[in-house]
Design a protein around this ligand. Structure first.
Ligand code: FAD
Length: 431
């Protein structure tokens, strides 16, 4: 029989490493298995890391983690073909300790984070694929890997293998995700000198900007584009639900090209050199797509469990918190020597009473509603742009008349009742 551990964690992304770190810190014997050459080598993220959940695992991590810039400004752009309406918040307090969010490059960050789990005593094995879970008498007792003699055993196996969790699927915890449960996202890392970034984004060396871009950036589909500042590069990307892309017969790289050449975005990228091109799925099914989370000897965390809040662009933090909560439950299970579903279910309860479960529940109907009603992205964003244009154009027409024309602009094609219904529907799913 292969070696036995207290916990085997599959996947060294934010979820898996948080779990491995927490379990190892509590004195458990932990094996962390990663298929990539090193943690982060296969991982893709727009790049916003949330301080709060990371700090709960490693206090004051910013003093040593490889971070890019603390984000001091969050901008929202609502694009039409040749115009945009914007809103933003800039707070210099976010540029000082304890900060708020950071931009990160996952290849660097994941590697560092996994090294901290190793410092706590976890054993990390890279370049190893877990091919299946070993199940004995209905209980998961270990994993089979693609290494010779690659069976290893544990009291609990934690599946942190990301959005395409083949292991969760093979255990029957969920089916193949449907095209409206995942978003396909493509992004580029574009190198630019630090000085140029600072000038273009109106920031100083240790200040970053994150921009979420709606409307024409996804050609009216449900989704967003994003533009984030690293130290001396930018992350530019775009994602929409897979179902939307299929329906509109769009290719992801066409969508990214459309974003990069949009007249509102192009000037920010001018002179930059593409260093990396990446594509990845994001689980966006939300609350209703969360699979079974525990079984005898097994738990699912992070993207593998659909823990992403697409409205607030939060995924890495939900991954970290779920990994931590899973580890804490395993420590508890170890104390009583029971690794059955009944004991491990504590993780599910903790999760649903935390911000992860509560936020997923709050937005449980958002993705499906906006997917079924494309007018929010396709019609209203252009209308808002036209209204702003009218409002700010000084053409000698009386302001009362302008006001009437702007309101008419929103209702003339749809009718007042349809617009009122759209507003009510949006309020209902977002409230
Ligand atoms: P992952 O990060 O996907 O890690 C899974 C790991 O498991 C990988 O290292 C993989 O190699 C490994 N693995 C998989 N299968 C096996 C196997 N069989 N054997 C061994 N190893 C295996 N979230 C944010 O918070 N902020 C953002 O700005 C943001 N932007 C995003 C932009 C893009 C383009 C994308 C795609 C996602 C973004 N997200 C963002 C979401 C965020 O990246 C994820 O929610 C987060 O990475 C989930 O972490 P995870 O550990 O669950 O999964």
């Amino acid at each position: 029989m292969g070696e036995k551990f207290d916990v085997i964690v599959v996947g060294a992304g934010p979820a898996g490493t948080s779990c491995a770190y927490t379990a190892a810190k509590s004195g458990l014997k932990v094996l962390l298995i990663e298929r990539g050459e090193y943690p982060g080598s296969k991982n893709v993220m727009g790049g916003i890391l949330y301080r709060k959940q990371m700090e709960e695992i490693i206090p004051e991590f910013w003093k040593e983690a490889p971070l890019e810039r603390p984000v001091v400004e969050q901008r929202f752009w609502f694009l039409d073909r040749e115009s945009m309406v914007t809103s933003s918040y800039k707070g210099l307090e976010w540029g000082r300790e304890p900060y708020n969010n950071f931009t990160v490059l996952r290849a660097k960050f994941d590697q560092w984070f996994a090294s901290k789990a190793v410092e706590q005593g976890a054993l990390l094995i890279n370049e190893t694929v877990v091919t299946e879970c070993i199940v004995e008498d209905g209980r998961v007792t270990g994993v089979r890997t693609d290494r010779p003699d690659g069976d290893v055993y544990a009291d609990v196996v934690v599946l942190a293998d990301g959005v395409n969790s083949l292991l969760g699927k093979s255990l029957g915890f969920h089916k193949e995700w449907k095209p409206d449960e995942v978003a396909l996202t493509v992004m580029e890392v574009v190198n630019l000198p630090k000085k140029v970034i600072n000038e273009r984004f109106n920031v100083e060396d240790n200040q970053g900007v994150s921009i979420e871009i709606f409307g024409d950036s996804t050609q009216g589909l449900l989704g967003t584009a994003f533009l984030y500042t690293n130290k001396d590069s930018l992350n530019i990307g775009v994602g929409t639900t897979l179902s939307g892309m299929i329906k509109k017969k769009l290719k992801p790289y066409h969508l990214l090209e459309h974003v990069k050449t949009h007249p509102m975005i192009k000037p920010f990228l001018e002179g930059g050199e593409t260093a990396e091109y990446l594509a990845h799925l994001i689980p966006e099914g939300g609350y209703k797509s969360v699979p079974r989370l525990v079984g005898d000897g097994v738990m699912i965390v992070g993207d593998a469990a659909q823990f992403v809040n697409a409205i607030h662009r939060e995924g890495s933090n939900m991954a970290m918190s779920s990994g931590k909560m899973a580890a804490e439950t395993i420590v508890r299970a170890k104390e009583i020597g029971d690794f059955t579903e009944r004991t491990l279910d504590h993780y599910r309860k903790e999760l649903y009473s935390s911000f992860v479960g509560k936020d997923l529940k709050k937005y449980k109907d958002v993705t499906h509603t906006f997917e079924q009603h494309p007018q929010y992205m396709a019609d209203y964003i252009p209308m808002v742009n036209q209204a702003a244009n009218k409002f700010f154009t000084v053409d000698g027409s009386p302001k009362k008349q302008k006001q009437r024309e702007i309101i008419k602009g929103f209702t003339k094609d749809k009718g007042k009742i349809a617009v009122a219904k759209d507003l009510f529907r949006a309020w209902k799913v977002m409230k």
